[in-house]
Write a protein that binds this ligand. Sequence first.
Ligand code: FAS
Ligand code: PHB
Length: 391
Amino acid sequence: MRTQVGIVGAGPAGLTLGLLLQREGIECVILELRSRDYVERRVRAGLLEQNTVDLLHQLEVGDRLDREGLQHDGIYLRRQGETLRIAIHELTGRRVTIYGQQEVVKDEIDAFLERGGELRFEVSDVAIADFDSGRPRISYVSGSSEEELECEFIAGCDGSHGICRQAIPEGVLTEHEYVYEFGWLGILAEAAPATDELIYGWHERGFALYSMRSPSVSRLYLQVPADEDIELWPDERIWEELQTRLETEGWSVNQGPVFEKGITPMRSFVCEPMQCGNLFLAGDAAHIVPPTGAKGLNLAVNDARLLAAALVECQRDGSRERLNRYSQTAVRRVWRAQDFSNYMTQLLHDLGRGRFDRQLQLSRLEYLSRSEAAATSLAENYAGLPAAPDF
Ligand code: FAS
Ligand code: PHB
């Protein structure tokens, strides 16, 4: 089988790229390891930047997002019983939207298939070859038959454990990594959120985050040691710890049945360049950010936007100029997100560095409460700097 662009992975990066190429009449095929049901149920990110919402509207996949997404104009930072609001919309004119990643994936899969897109689920033994020559190929097994997809370009959108980045020859990539000594224990609960906007909590005992998915579903997180055993965290203990870390006078966390529980490790990773010959990496295949800045999903979508524009230019006027610059363009926002995610993580978590460090964090939070310039800097990074052809 032949196509112009072979896309490995049907997560936000692969699906957004597929929809963008489809809109421009560029043939593509998406190959996905898992079942449709699995990818549409996988609980991950929950917060969309303004750029991501705008792009989903441009792709005409934003109707349900408009109906069910929760638009937020700010976030709260809480410490020692005091709550500071970062007025994101007032300070930047931009806002964020709460809408589960699995909902974005559902909407994008529906649209891609309805518009005639080729998306193969439950493929296996995916391998890529000759991407640094004239005939890139993707081999895979679908059902019981061995298939080969010849393409002009391959998009590696297969996440942090995928095969595409691994296929790049030794010596080509420079990898940057920073591993935190803690992770996040996350729960989803049938409980109306006890807040109208997200609360990021600094506490002596560690970080906590009060997020949500809908007016009746709360999404909450606790900082825990990186190798924590989740069996040590029965629901009662989780609720008690959340109440302690997010405490403020006259307020309490709304409890309810927990229906999802898991621990996510915290690390930062970037590989450069995000391309090799006619293989282009997008999303978690190329970079990982700690979730404190809510950037992972949004970076994946931004990579797809930039890669699609470069592929369209190449298709339209045969120029590889943008394609050759894809990595150096995409990585600008990757590092901006890495820096902001690291800033938010260092600001709010117990880094195990003692009292002096904790005092510095409290001073930064105090500064944010007194300086519009400091609050605006946090706000514009959180909402996402405006999309541009080179950023
Ligand atoms: P994805 O991992 O979403 O998608 C890659 C796809 O490729 C998957 O469907 C996978 O099945 C498929 N695949 C893998 N190998 C393949 C192969 N060999 N062949 C074919 N297909 C293959 N981000 C936030 O902003 N906020 C959060 O709170 C947050 N929480 C997270 C929690 C967890 C447990 C994880 C793992 C990530 C979290 N993230 C969060 C980050 C997450 O949202 C990612 O940034 C986002 O999924 C990136 O999208 P993709 O790059 O498309 O990768
Ligand atoms: C979420 O709702 O899952 C979420 C929100 C903000 C973050 C991380 C996760 O920074």
